[in-house]
Design a protein around this ligand. Structure first.
Ligand code: ZN
Length: 173
């Protein structure tokens, strides 16, 4: 009996299964091993089928083509589900990349505003805060789930409020 080292975990069957690259090699396996397997284990593969999740051929002791058809349908649904998950993951990564960019640009402007403020340049500081708020508000409009954006918005707004109170109390330079 040939025991091929071609066992892989099949996402459709949820267990390791032999995977053959071609229908011919799967059928050849059945032809040359089934009698011996039947004798040794009481069951033997009787037909081969293509698995879309493994992208290869499995052998099965279940002769029912009707069941095979059902399983193929199940596998197609499973593939669709996995692909949707992948797309969702890609989308999440893309959103993360974009919001990270918004975050770094707006935090840099907030830091710049603080430096301007330290140097007494209030109008320049106010402009920086306004610019950062433009980025943050635009980002939040596009991605309302951007948590860091809400945090940055609060930071920029409170700085701006402090600045305005400060500015209204003292004449601008
Ligand atoms: Zn499989």
């Amino acid at each position: 009996m040939i025991l091929p080292k071609n066992r892989y975990y099949c996402q459709a069957c949820h267990r390791p299964k032999m995977v053959f690259d071609t229908e011919q090699s799967a059928d050849r396996f059945i032809k040359f091993n089934s009698a011996e397997m039947l004798e040794a284990t009481g069951s033997a593969p009787v037909r081969s089928y293509y698995c879309r999740l493994c992208c290869g051929w499995h052998v099965t002791s279940n002769s029912s083509l009707e069941l095979g058809e059902k399983l193929n349908k199940r596998d197609s649904n499973l593939i669709g589900k996995i692909d949707r998950q992948i797309n969702k993951k890609r989308k999440v990564e893309e959103i993360r990349r974009i919001t990270n960019d918004y975050s770094s640009r707006s935090s840099a402007l907030i830091e710049k505003a603080k430096h301007r403020l330290e140097k007494g340049k209030r109008i320049a500081a106010k402009n920086c805060l306004q610019e950062s708020l433009n980025i943050i508000c635009g980002g939040l409009e596009r991605f309302p789930q951007w948590a860091k954006g809400r945090e940055l918005k609060n930071r920029a707004e409170s700085l701006l409020n402090t600045l305005e109170i400060f500015v209204s109390e003292q004449p601008l330079p």
